[in-house]
Design a protein. Structure first.
Lengths: 347, 520
């Protein structure tokens, strides 16, 4: 029993592979011969694996501050620093009044000087007898402008906050799409999906962080519907999706990004090296096995699409197929993806 | 060190020695290059050849003798010329290291193809390194120093190689025969190929092996060690001597005694001297396909796909990896997959299905139940009883339900269509990145509590086709929280809807009910 106690104490080190070879062998032999320790070892290993799956969560700042205060690690504030006080309510009232005056003035000036372009579909929605939503229809007090994407520079200056993004494909047969959004006014950009300005704008919408509505997932859905059509695929869209794949915190959105990459014409994806790198990175380190699975499928498609095999993708797939602690299905799929390469004989 | 680095385009230098068609390829042809270079007895030879066979033969000479045969094919004369120019055989290095490389453009025209076959004679004491992508074979023989081979496609054969050997292949079979005892550590790995090792009867060595879809077989009489899951660690004729490492993910591994019948080989699992820990039966990858099961169906495998047309009783299936497809289950349906999609038809009994990765598609969950995926889409065409769905990332769609639904996903849209005949039902739908859409009949009665958290301060993110709800909008941690509560059609069961960075829509204009699948 004393052996058991001693060996159980060394199990965590065995788990983290910190034991020397002799102790490791001894511990393994004991585990195999002792049912109780074997149970203990299996439980420990399962717990360890479960811990791997627990996401790392940043503690809320207030909790962190309270914790640091309790253990006496609070950063001391220099005596010459003026504490930050909550603004008095009167300040808010003053600001609100100012906003009302400015907005009212802008509205009045706007109506006197410009002609509004009202999108007919909005009017129809408002008139429709079935709509009984008690929410008022959205409207902007600023003017609305409709721009042709061909007349716009494809370069987006700075990082403007664009809001209330809407996608419109009024006539799917005319090869034109529209993207509406609020900036300092409501703007609708119309044009062919392949126009560089349209591509850049959509790429920007996909990559903007937290300031874009509707959600990124919906943007990706729309991009998939539009850019997987023949002739519309563009490397910049693939690159934007790759960035989403790298930076997005939601698994579902990452899965959508890979699905869309996979749907894009393989040649587009191949020419965009960042796309391949993002897929390799996702396969290597994404915590969600479903995302890694999608990355395997996308990489396999990319690797087999070119005439020459892509060594980095193959290496990553090979690594995954051989990785003992990887999800077995991901390993099998990686091996299957590699086996399709045997049919590709460039000579 | 005196460096005599030669970078020569041998195809140009040795054009005069071309055996065939140097001046007229037509639609293809071959060029042969011969070259002799001095090398130190303990030098190194590196060969990088993307496409083509490689034969390396150890000799007692002190030179590297190369015969490279360039094979060109093209759709026309211009293509052949381009192929000849762009397929270059390069050599570099000095007497310490000799490198031979076939250079091809990164993106090749589809109008031509080329391959280079190498036959290289080297002093048998040199170190040899080979990198290849596609070949019929790579053959090394009579070498006493270290050998490293990395390839994608093509069989790798090592004969009379007595030094350290490392072979990494993707799809190629590996064959190793040192023509004697194991002289040094050998590491042979392939993803989809087979590994065959042939050693003398009295060879003693340590052996580690790994495979997820094959087996380790041997006809040696004395094998000891232990199996742990998919790995074997032990020894042959005593656990001492050099280490033989063999790993084939999807193929088998065979270690045979020379002169003995290889068909007498048996799995190391069957040796009494091999201790098994967590090692089940051989997990050959296969698909269990059955049209009909008369009673209960219980199946467990670490690797395999299951496809059953109809199960008259309960279904209990557990797979480590693989797809599950069940057409009809009359009883309870309990499925656990550690990876792979679940595709279910008409399930009469309660569901309890989960997969760690993959989509879940269900035609009909007549008695409701629970379905969960670690990531992927969940789509249910019809649910006839309370159903709980969870995805760790992905959309959830219920085409028609006549009962309560609980659905949650951290990212993805949730769409629930409540059957028009249902007057009220408890619905709980939550997404942290996406939209919730609930379609109900205009007579649907419920106590609705809907919340949207959005970064868009001006969003009208809750749209309800009913009157009677009160809306509240407030700022919470820099984001806008929109909350709608109230009773519709006089109130009924609780409908709790929650969406972040998306919308909530409760629609009452569903005019065309989706019919549930017919009872068989």
């Amino acid at each position: 029993m004393s052996d058991c106690t001693a060996l159980r104490e060394s199990m965590p080190m065995l788990l983290t592979e910190s034991l020397d070879a002799a102790s490791r062998e001894t511990t393994h032999l004991h585990i195999e011969s002792c049912a109780a320790c074997s149970d203990e070892w299996n439980a420990l290993r399962e717990t360890w694996q479960l811990l791997d799956e627990v996401p790392v969560v940043e503690p809320p700042p207030r909790l962190k501050q309270r914790f640091l205060a309790e253990i006496g690690q609070v950063e001391t504030v220099a005596s010459n620093v003026v504490p930050f006080h909550r603004r008095p309510a009167t300040k808010w009232l003053t600001q609100a009044a100012a906003v009302v005056i400015i907005a009212g003035g802008s509205y009045f000036a706007g109506h006197r000087n410009t002609t509004n372009n009202v999108v007919p579909t909005h009017a129809n929605v408002l008139r429709g007898p079935e709509v009984t939503s008690i929410q008022p229809a959205a409207y902007s007090i600023a003017e609305t402008r409709t721009l042709n994407s061909k007349t716009l520079s494809p370069n987006i200056e700075g990082r403007p906050d664009i809001e209330n993004v809407q996608f419109v494909d009024a006539d799917p047969t005319d090869g034109q799409i529209s993207l509406g959004f609020d900036i300092t006014q409501h703007v609708t950009v119309s044009g062919a999906p392949s126009d560089k300005s349209m591509v850049r704008l959509l790429s920007y919408v996909m990559q903007s962080e937290d300031r874009v509505s509707p959600s990124r997932a919906r943007t990706i859905d729309w991009v998939r519907d539009t850019y997987t059509k023949t002739g519309n695929a563009d490397p910049e869209i693939a690159q934007a999706l790759a960035k989403v794949l790298r930076n997005e915190q939601h698994e579902g959105v990452r899965i959508k990004a890979i699905d869309t990459l996979n749907s894009l014409a393989p040649k587009v994806a191949v020419t965009a090296e960042p796309t391949r790198d993002a897929l390799i990175e996702a396969l290597k380190s994404d915590p969600n096995p479903a995302v890694r699975l999608k990355a395997v499928e996308a990489l396999a498609r990319m690797a087999s699409s070119g005439q020459q095999l892509d060594p980095e993708s193959i290496d990553m797939l090979r690594q995954k197929a051989n990785q003992n602690d990887e999800n077995l299905y991901v390993r099998v799929k990686a091996a299957e993806a590699l086996s399709t390469l045997s049919k590709i004989r460039p000579e | 060190m005196r460096t005599n680095r030669i970078i020569t385009t041998i195809a140009l230098v040795c054009a005069a020695t071309a055996a065939l068609g140097a001046n007229n390829f037509g639609l293809g042809g071959t060029e042969t290059v011969k070259l002799d270079l001095p090398i130190a007895a303990d030098g190194s030879v590196w060969i990088e050849n993307p496409v083509g066979n490689i034969d390396v033969i150890g000799t007692d000479d002190d030179i590297v003798s190369v015969i490279a045969q360039k094979i060109i094919r093209g759709v026309d004369k211009d293509a052949v010329t381009e192929a000849r120019e762009q397929t270059q055989i390069l050599t570099s290095g000095d007497e310490r290291v000799r490198a031979f490389k076939t250079q091809l453009p990164p993106l090749r025209s589809a109008r031509w193809s080329s391959a280079v076959n190498y036959i290289i004679r080297v002093p048998k004491t040199v170190l040899v390194k080979i990198a290849s992508q596609s070949a019929d074979h790579i053959h090394l023989t009579n070498l006493t120093h270290s050998v490293t081979v990395k390839n994608t496609n093509g069989e790798v054969t090592l004969e009379s190689v007595t030094g350290t050997a490392i072979v990494e292949s993707v799809n190629g079979n590996i064959s190793f025969d040192p023509r004697g005892r194991l002289g040094a550590s050998v590491q042979l790995t392939t993803v989809n190929g087979q590994i065959t090792v042939s050693l003398p009867d009295d060879a003693s060595f340590r052996w580690t092996a790994d495979t997820i879809a094959g087996d380790f077989k041997t006809n040696f009489r004395t094998v000891t060690g232990r199996m742990n899951g998919t790995q074997f660690r032990g020894g042959v004729n005593g656990a001492h001597g050099p280490m033989l490492t063999t790993a084939s993910m999807m193929g088998g591994i065979l270690v045979t005694r020379k002169g003995a019948n290889p068909h007498e080989s048996k799995s190391v699992r069957s040796f009494n001297t091999v201790v098994a820990t967590n090692a089940g039966p051989v997990p050959y990858q296969r698909t269990i396909q059955t049209p009909f099961v008369g009673g209960d169906f219980t199946y467990s495998t670490t690797l395999g796909s299951i496809d059953v047309g109809q199960i008259a009783g309960n279904a209990m299936i557990d797979t480590g990896a693989g797809e599950i497809h069940l057409g009809l289950v009359k009883g309870e349906c309990t499925l656990v997959s550690y990876g792979g999609p679940l595709n279910l038809g008409d399930i009469f009994g309660p569901l309890n299905v989960r997969t760690k990765a993959g989509d879940i598609l269900i035609n009909a969950a007549r008695s409701g139940g629970f379905a969960s995926t670690g990531g992927g889409l969940i789509r249910v065409l019809y649910s006839g009883a309370p159903l709980t769905l969870h995805s760790d990332g992905g959309d959830i769609l219920i085409r028609s339900t006549t009962s309560d639904v609980t659905a949650d996903t951290p990212s993805g849209d949730i769409t629930i269509n409540v059957d028009p005949g249902v007057r009220t039902a408890t619905i709980d739908a939550r997404t942290s990145e996406g939209t919730v859409v609930l379609n109900v009949s205009s007579r649907f009665a419920a106590d609705i509590d809907a919340t949207v958290i959005t970064s868009d301060a001006e969003a009208n993110a809750i749209q309800v086709d009913f009157t009677g709800l009160s809306f509240r909008r407030e700022q919470v941690n820099g984001r806008t929280r929109i909350h709608a509560t109230g009773k519709v059609n006089g109130g009924g069961e609780h409908v709790n809807l929650y969406a972040e960075e998306g919308d909530i829509r409760v629609k009452s204009n569903m005019m065309t009910p989706i019919l549930s699948p017919a009872q068989p």
